[in-house]
Design a protein around this ligand. Structure first.
Ligand code: ADP
Ligand code: MG
Length: 242
């Protein structure tokens, strides 16, 4: 599924608007947060600490949304460094494992024994992409019934000049109609979704001269595939030793 100029225009416009207003919204949120914290002891006395917790959680959610908007506003050229895909994937799995466990799902990482998979990437951005996809996978698994044993398989291999990263889940899956829209900014099927995770991910991968594609079957699961160009391992070694 290819993203069109329409998507890029929409994202660019989103960027401008968000940069202009984010600051104005953040300031009042920060002061609301501060005052709620001051009120908290009184609310606890009244047996209403729950209210404070809800307000704080919702303020944090609003801040997260602003944060995602701001991220999507940065067309930023990636800040690149050389890294091995297995190292990167190991770090991402470490970050997500405990949450996965709580959600009754298992994350399995499979990597080929001795294949070079060195890339030059903005590690923070690519991690964000992988976290977005894994988060979606966990949420898709949560949509299944409680006894369903969730599985998220992450694997990688290289072929020619490219590294392929695959993330497969056995969550609720999608029909074709949904698949056609999932990279659209603001497209979400979730009550508390922003619909920004995948559109931002798409842009990050494009900025890295990579590809992202999806295949899914309703009720069976979903596979995301990311392709990134590899760096010549010789030049990577020179780079690393400097
Ligand atoms: P959000 O997660 O906030 O809804 P995303 O851009 O991350 O926004 O995803 C857009 C939509 O794509 C989701 O609302 C969901 O319907 C669908 N989706 C994404 N990943 C998966 C998945 N692994 N399984 C099923 N549906 C998915
Ligand atoms: Mg998401």
């Amino acid at each position: 599924i290819e993203q069109t100029a329409y998507h890029n225009d929409k994202l660019a416009m989103l960027g401008k608007i968000s940069a202009a207003i984010a600051h104005e919204i953040r300031n009042p949120l920060t002061s609301i947060r501060g005052f709620i914290q001051l009120l908290r002891p009184h609310l606890i006395q009244l047996g209403r600490d729950e209210y404070a917790r809800i307000i704080l959680a919702e303020i944090d959610r609003a801040n997260d949304i602003i944060h995602e908007f701001l991220n999507s506003s940065k067309p930023s050229a990636p800040l690149k460094s050389v890294i091995d895909i297995p190292t990167l994937l190991g770090e991402v799995v470490l970050l997500t494992e405990s949450e996965a466990l709580m959600k009754n799902c298992e994350i399995v990482l499979s990597l080929p024994e001795d294949s070079s998979m060195t890339v030059s990437i903005d590690t923070k951005q690519i991690k964000q992409v992988l976290l977005n996809i894994i988060k979606n996978a966990m949420e898709a698994i949560e949509e299944m019934d409680a006894e369903h044993r969730g599985m998220i398989d992450i694997s990688a291999h290289s072929e020619g000049e490219l590294v392929y990263i695959t993330i497969r889940d056995n969550g609720n899956g999608m029909d074709q109609n949904l698949m056609n829209r999932l990279f659209d900014p603001f497209f979400t099927t979730k009550e508390k979704g922003t619909g920004l995770g995948l559109s931002v991910s798409y842009r990050i991968i494009k900025n890295h001269r990579g590809h992202i594609s999806v295949d899914s079957t309703k009720g069976i699961g979903t596979v995301f595939e990311i392709t990134l160009p590899m760096v010549d391992s010789k030049s990577a070694v020179v780079g690393a030793s400097q």
